[in-house]
Design a protein around this ligand. Structure first.
Ligand code: ADP
Ligand code: ZN
Length: 653
């Protein structure tokens, strides 16, 4: 992704501000031109004859001596043709002098008035700057086309403005993101053998959203899909659409799709799709960015425009799927999301190996050691570390890269990242490990809770320091009351684990508690699931006047509000106590989970269940774990527990 491109910084002021440059140049040119054409008809007036500027009195004496044959009198100056016709004298008029005309009459010299601008200077006067301006416009347009890889207003060569490549990247080059690779494997197959799928009538996804922090390999994965399928790869950045003049973004989208369809089967890759796909409902965009909206609408229209039979797949990358316009995520558009996560320990080993393949490594290099030191770093960081190491070794005229060089390069990378605070320190890691294990235990041992599919302490780029992924049982459109209470328990599990195992609580559970509170509140207010309000609905949601989301109206007494607050508080407390008891009951199992998390950083739901069941067996307990679930696809909804609020805020623009 863009983060790793240095060439963006090379652009100077003029490239970045074409319109300003354009305006300055136009003014300068017009100014210069005015001086040139200005008074005296300038050099451009009578190009063929020699002109000589003389004083008024000199001209008078020339007239009196009959050395001129013809005189033309304008508003501000006089032209007199010499008697041999080869020279033109010019002089400024002296206002109020009538003697000259008398002298001309006396001498019998032909004279006439003239308008100081003729058709030539007149026309040239406005045509010349105009032509120049057009010339400059085209020059910049050409540049922009080049730098953005796309067309401007469809001028001139409107074809072949979007460049494609045929990458030779393969899946082997993308390491540590096995699940993501599996998910896109199907696309490769479809692009390779479209006929197979079309004949059978299968619907292939048109759009796939690659979700993950910058540098996790989304671009690389997209390229690898093209490389594996051996199809053209059209790559654009979302922001490049809207950096241009109004109306251009939409036109470019059209060109892009036209080109991709012509070269089908093919892949379109849109990096940073959030730049065009930001939610329109978002109040922050009031007043709107028309250019962005037009571009987005064009994109939606294009995606709807071609059938599922056309073997063009659109891959888009973002690290903030939550801010995307819902319209983009509808069926037939980007209805699939693939998580391209930061690598865990094993993943980092694999990525390091990929990048060490083409570098001469010393025998003393311990890849696992390097992987251990780089928790929380992305593939791009790791690639960088290997390269830095090679540069260091080169500077020292070594033949190979030694472990020492890699350590040095890791240190540099970490120092750089410490500022961005994306790496958790050991103390935080411990808190996160217990917190997430707490969620996992409650999810597995509470009737009605969603089962765990993955627990992770690899910090996610978005905002979460760790996370627990839950499996949806099936597509759910409603929840039963006991399931809502189960969710409350799971949410409380994180905070409770911190208290039980660390003996101190942190801000990490803020989001969990907020959600738990909301759930109970909605049970009282909206779903008639509590004794205090009974079946009475306390809050109606109404579409707000401007269509910008929901506005709630309060329709209950202060007494009811008080009761509700009391109910929420006491039920949270009640459930918290149950949760604490559960954690204490499963103390050793939690310790096992934490140990495994420390070692592997990511653990699967199966591993969690294995730990719990063997713990229950050892202690002759009746099992609370439901281990009958078979493989269900993972829900790409991160439990945003352990939210680092400061990060969330600084992430928002
Ligand atoms: P993103 O698009 O997610 O920001 P990129 O695909 O641009 O990330 O990654 C930048 C570079 O980092 C890649 O070209 C590659 O060298 C390296 N890289 C990132 N992720 C991986 C990975 N999973 N395996 C191997 N290399 C990776
Ligand atoms: Zn949590």
């Amino acid at each position: 992704m863009a983060n790793n491109d240095n060439n963006k910084d090379n652009n100077n002021f003029f490239n970045k501000n074409p319109l300003i440059t354009f305006a300055i140049l136009s003014v300068v040119i017009i100014g210069v031109f005015k001086i040139l054409v200005g008074t005296n008809g300038g050099a451009l007036g009578n190009a063929s004859k020699r002109t000589e500027q003389v004083s008024y009195s000199k001209l008078k004496s020339l007239v009196n001596s009959k050395s001129v044959s013809k005189v033309e009198i304008g508003q501000s100056y006089i032209k007199a043709t010499g008697s041999n016709g080869a020279i033109i004298y010019t002089t400024r008029i002296v206002k109020g002098d009538t003697k000259l005309v008398e002298a001309l009459d006396t001498q019998g010299i032909e004279y006439q008035g003239f308008s100081e601008t003729n058709w030539f200077t007149e026309m040239f006067g406005w045509l010349f700057p105009f032509l120049l301006i057009i010339g400059i416009w085209m020059f910049f347009a050409g540049r922009m086309q080049k730098s953005m890889g796309g067309g401007l207003l469809g001028m001139g060569n409107s074809k072949k403005m979007v460049n494609s490549e045929k990458p030779d990247t393969k899946f082997d080059d993308v390491a540590g993101v096995e699940e993501a690779k599996e998910e896109v494997q199907e696309i490769v197959d479809f692009l390779k053998y479209p006929a197979r799928y079309v004949e059978i009538g299968a619907k292939i996804p048109k759009g796939v959203l690659l979700v993950g922090s910058p540098g996790t390999g989304k671009t690389l994965l997209a390229k690898a899909v093209a490389g594996e399928a051996d199809v053209p790869f059209f790559s654009v950045t979302g922001s490049s659409f809207i950096e241009m003049f109004v109306g251009v973004g939409a036109a470019r989208v059209r060109d892009l799709f036209e080109q991709a369809k012509k070269d089908a089967p093919s892949i379109i890759f849109i990096d940073e799709i959030d730049a065009i796909g930001k939610s329109r409902a978002n109040g922050a965009n009031m007043g709107g960015n028309d250019e962005r909206e037009q571009t987005l609408n064009q994109l939606l229209a294009e995606m709807d425009g071609f059938g599922t039979n056309t073997p063009v797949i659109i891959l888009a990358a973002t690290n903030r799927p939550e801010i995307l316009d819902q319209a983009l995520l509808r069926p037939g558009r980007f209805d699939r999301q693939v998580l391209v996560d930061k690598p865990d320990f094993e993943g980092r080993v694999k990525i390091l190996k990929v990048h060490m393949k083409n570098v001469k490594m010393d025998g003393d290099v311990d890849v696992e050691e390097v992987a251990r030191l780089t928790a929380g770093l992305t593939g791009a960081d790791l690639a960088n570390i290997v390269n830095e190491g090679a540069l260091l070794a080169g500077r020292k005229s070594q033949k190979t890269v030694k472990q020492k060089d890699l350590f040095e390069s890791v240190e540099r990378a970490l120092a750089g990242l410490a500022k961005k605070s994306r790496r958790i320190n050991p103390k935080e890691k411990k808190i996160v490990a217990y917190h997430e294990s707490g969620h996992a235990l409650l999810a597995e041992t509470t009737v009605g809770a969603k089962k765990v599919s993955k627990v992770s302490i690899v910090p996610r780029g978005l905002a979460a320091l760790g996370y627990t992924l839950n499996k949806p049982e099936e597509n759910r459109f409603m929840m039963q009351r006991h399931e809502m209470w189960a969710e409350v328990d799971v949410l409380l599990g994180g905070r409770a684990a911190e208290e039980v195992f660390i003996g101190e609580i942190s801000t990490g559970a803020g989001n969990d508690l907020e959600r738990a509170t909301d759930i109970i509140k909605s049970m009282v207010q909206t779903y008639g699931m509590s004794d205090i309000a009974g079946l009475m609905v306390l809050e109606k949601s109404r579409q707000s006047f401007l269509g910008g989301g929901q506005q709630a109206t309060r329709e209950y007494s202060d007494k009811m509000a008080e009761n509700m607050d009391e109910f929420i508080k006491s039920s949270l407390q009640e459930h918290y106590e149950v949760v604490v008891a559960r954690l204490e009951e499963y103390r050793d199992a939690i310790e096992d989970m934490v140990a495994l998390l420390y070692k592997k950083e990511n653990i699967t739901g199966d591993e969690v269940r294995e730990i719990l069941i063997s713990f229950e067996k050892k202690n002759n307990m009746e099992s609370k774990v439901d281990n009958t679930l078979d493989e269900i696809t993972e829900e790409l909804k991160v439990d945003a527990s352990m939210i680092d609020k400061s990060q969330v805020e600084s992430d928002e623009d």
